[in-house]
Design a protein around this ligand. Structure first.
Ligand code: SF4
Length: 75
């Protein structure tokens, strides 16, 4: 498992992360910002997640694509 965090206030809703890795990222309909999918969310916090090893590459690809670098994947 790896920790994935989103500094949500900095998200500009560019759609890249949930396009590339919808297993881990989704758009929150309440504020339009990127969120961790409920399945992988920690403490019911949309900005914190723990994802299984098979989704690490996908999460990293999404993080690398973020134009405002608000996604952190802790390997
Ligand atoms: S890639 Fe970054 S800016 Fe774009 S929606 Fe995801 S978190 Fe927001």
């Amino acid at each position: 498992m790896v920790k994935v965090t989103i500094d949500r206030p900095g998200c500009i809703s560019c759609e890249s992360c949930w396009d590339l890795c919808p297993e881990v990222f989704e758009q929150d309909p309440a504020d339009d910002l990127s969120s961790i999918t409920k399945k992988y969310r920690v403490n019911d916090d949309p900005g914190q997640g723990e994802v299984p090893d098979e989704l690490i590459d996908c999460a990293i690809e999404a993080a690398d694509s973020c134009p405002v670098t608000v996604i952190i994947v802790e390997e």
